[in-house]
Write a protein that binds this ligand. Structure first.
Ligand SMILES: Nc1nc2c(ncn2[C@@H]2O[C@H](COP(=O)(O)OP(=O)(O)OP(=O)(O)O)[C@@H](O)[C@H]2O)c(=O)[nH]1
Ligand SMILES: [Mg+2]
Ligand SMILES: [Zn+2]
Length: 311
C-alpha cells in the first residue's frame, strides 16, 4: 500500500460525496476525477488520499467479495448495487402496515441467493398482528413457517415493543449485513432498536396510500461492534432482478435444488415439461404451492421490471 494512502470502508454514499471509515476516523471524501462516483457504495473497501481539513479523495476501490444488487428502477436494465462486501441480507417485511406479501419476500430471497448471500427473514410490527398475549397471529406464524422449513432463519420482531430484538442483534453479530425491504416496514426503527446509540430518521406510513414515505434516502453502513456492520437501505418501490437467467431462477428457490437434479431433462424449466421432479414435489406437498406459483410468475416476467434472461 502506498504509505500516504489510508485504507477504509465506505459507510455513506450520497450524491458523489462519501464518508469513509479509516483507522484514524471518518473522512469526508470525493471520488478521484474521472471515476464514476455512482459505482462506489457502502461496504466498498477503498484507498483514500488524505487532504487538508479531514477530507480525502477516494483513489481506488478493492475488488468486491460480494454485492447485493437489483435492476435499476424504470425501463433501463442496468445494475444498481445496493451494498458491497456483505455476508447476509436481512429481508424485512411488516406483519401489517404495509401488508405482508410473500411475492415480495420471494423476490428478495431469490436475489440474495443469486448474489450468494445468506438471507434472514425478519417480520416486523408483530404487535399489529398479535393476539392480546403478544403471540403472532396463527395465520402469520404459518406463513412464516414456510420459510423456516426451507432453512431460512425467520425472526419475528416489534421495533415498537422490543420483541425479537435480541434475536436480531444475535443474527447481526460478527457479520456485515444489510436490512432491505419495502418502505415503511421499519428497517431504520429496527436498527435504532438493536443499537440504542444510533438514531435514524423514521416516519409513519402514509394514511392515503398505506405505504411508507421513503424516509431513508441513501444507504448507510452502521458499525455495531468489531466486525459487525449493518446497512440501513432506502425502501424499494420495485425490486427487479438484474440478469438472472431462467435456469438460475429455479436454483434461487433453494428448496427446488434437491428435486431439480431428478428432472427428466437437464434443461427442464419446471413449467410443463414431462418428468419434472420439481412439479412432482409440489404435488406431493414437499414444495410449497405458493412458492412454486411465485416461481412461475417470475418465470413469466410478471411485471415489476423483471429481467429474467432467456438463455
Ligand atoms: N406498530 C409498529 N410500528 C412500527 C414498528 N417498527 C416501525 N414502526 C413504525 O413504522 C413506520 C416506518 O418505520 P421506518 O423505520 O421509518 O421504516 P423504514 O423501513 O426504514 O422505511 P424507509 O426508510 O422509508 O424505507 C414508523 O412510523 C415507525 O415508528 C413496529 O414494530 N410496530
Ligand atoms: Mg428507513
Ligand atoms: Zn423440472
Amino acid at each position: 500500500m502506498v504509505p500516504d494512502q489510508l485504507e477504509g470502508i465506505v459507510i455513506l454514499a450520497s450524491s458523489g460525496l462519501f464518508q469513509v471509515e479509516t483507522a484514524t476516523g471518518v473522512i469526508h471524501c470525493m471520488a478521484r476525477a474521472g471515476a464514476d462516483p455512482g459505482s462506489i457504495v457502502p461496504g466498498d473497501r477503498v484507498l483514500v488520499a488524505p487532504q487538508p481539513a479531514g477530507r480525502g479523495v477516494i483513489e481506488s476501490m478493492m475488488p468486491r467479495r460480494t454485492r447485493f444488487s437489483r435492476k435499476v428502477a424504470g425501463r433501463r436494465q442496468d445494475e444498481q448495487v445496493i451494498a458491497a462486501n456483505l455476508d447476509q441480507v436481512v429481508i424485512v417485511l411488516a406483519a401489517s402496515e404495509p401488508p405482508f406479501k410473500e411475492t415480495t419476500l420471494d423476490r428478495y430471497l431469490a436475489s440474495a441467493e443469486h448474489c450468494g448471500l445468506d438471507a434472514v427473514v425478519c417480520i416486523n410490527k408483530v404487535d399489529l398482528a398479535s393476539a392480546a398475549n403478544s403471540a403472532p397471529a396463527p395465520n402469520l406464524a404459518q406463513r412464516a413457517d414456510v420459510y423456516a422449513r426451507i432453512g431460512y432463519l425467520v425472526i419475528m420482531t416489534s421495533a415498537a415493543l422490543g420483541n425479537g430484538i435480541d434475536r436480531l442483534r444475535q443474527a447481526l453479530a460478527g457479520r456485515v449485513s444489510a436490512l432491505v425491504g419495502p418502505s415503511g416496514v421499519g428497517k431504520s426503527s429496527l436498527i435504532s432498536a438493536v443499537s440504542p446509540g444510533v438514531s435514524l430518521a423514521t416516519s409513519d406510513i402514509s394514511a392515503s396510500t398505506g405505504k411508507g414515505r421513503h424516509t431513508t434516502t441513501c444507504s448507510r453502513l452502521i458499525k455495531l461492534g468489531v466486525g459487525s456492520y449493518v446497512a440501513d437501505t432506502p425502501g424499494m418501490r420495485e425490486f427487479g432482478f438484474h440478469r438472472i437467467s431462467q435456469g438460475e431462477l429455479a436454483w434461487c428457490f433453494r428448496e427446488f435444488r434437491p428435486h431439480m437434479e431428478k428432472c427428466r431433462f437437464d434443461d427442464c424449466r419446471h413449467v410443463k415439461e414431462p418428468g419434472c421432479a420439481v412439479r412432482k414435489a409440489v404435488e406431493q406437498g414437499l414444495v410449497s404451492e405458493g412458492r412454486y406459483e411465485h416461481y412461475l410468475r417470475l418465470m413469466g416476467g410478471g411485471g415489476h421490471g423483471n429481467h429474467i434472461v432467456v438463455c
